[in-house]
Design a protein around this ligand. Structure first.
Ligand code: 4NP
Length: 172
């Protein structure tokens, strides 16, 4: 009896995290999903998103975020979920949209090794290197231009994230 060989390496599991999981983190998940598909790396990178708050659990993304994403050809398909301490065991990287989200995640991390999995999305945007403000601003209480701005920031950072994964040897 033969067993199939194990995969060369397991997929890198990434959880994008914002506050409500209906605007920024589903946007990042959708943008990254397309970049990963285009790069032929669908089997190597597993993507999900969650919110630090639970108000919108089970809901689809905000209609304004979905509309803004659709104008650039991104499909939003997630349903909101709230992040828990167990997510640190299920994901290799927990990528926060802003400093508040990152602080909440680090406080939730069960140990320092888990806390080290927390990063800010815009850390991966080479154009933002050295910037004191690496937040993707919360668009929820603003107008449509805020959702467009989120997409600009998220597209640049996700491209950088994919480059970083390649550079680190996490993916081919
Ligand atoms: P998100 O935006 O964190 O980008 O999903 C928000 C969504 C909902 C709320 C705040 C921010 N809220 O207060 O309900």
């Amino acid at each position: 009896m033969t067993t199939p060989p194990p995969p060369a390496h397991l997929p890198t599991r990434i959880l994008f995290v914002c506050l409500g999981n209906i605007c920024r983190s589903p946007t990042a998940e959708a943008v990254m999903h397309r970049l990963v598909e285009e790069a032929g790396l669908a089997g190597e990178i597993a993507l999900a998103s969650a919110g630090t708050g639970g108000w919108h659990v089970g809901n689809p993304p905000d209609a304004r975020a979905t509309a803004a994403a659709a104008t650039r050809g991104f499909a939003m398909q997630s349903l909101a979920q709230q992040v828990t301490a167990a997510d640190f065991g299920r994901h290799d990287l927990l990528i926060a949209m802003d400093r508040d989200n990152a602080r909440t995640l680090r406080a939730l991390a069960p140990d320092p090794e888990a806390a080290a999995k927390v990063h800010l999305l815009r850390e991966y945007d080479p154009a933002s290197a050295g910037s004191p403000d690496l937040d993707v601003p919360d668009p929820y209480y603003g107008g449509a231009d805020g959702f467009d701005h989120v997409l600009d920031l998220v597209e640049a950072a996700c491209a950088g994230l994919l480059e970083a994964l390649r550079r680190d040897g996490a993916v081919a």
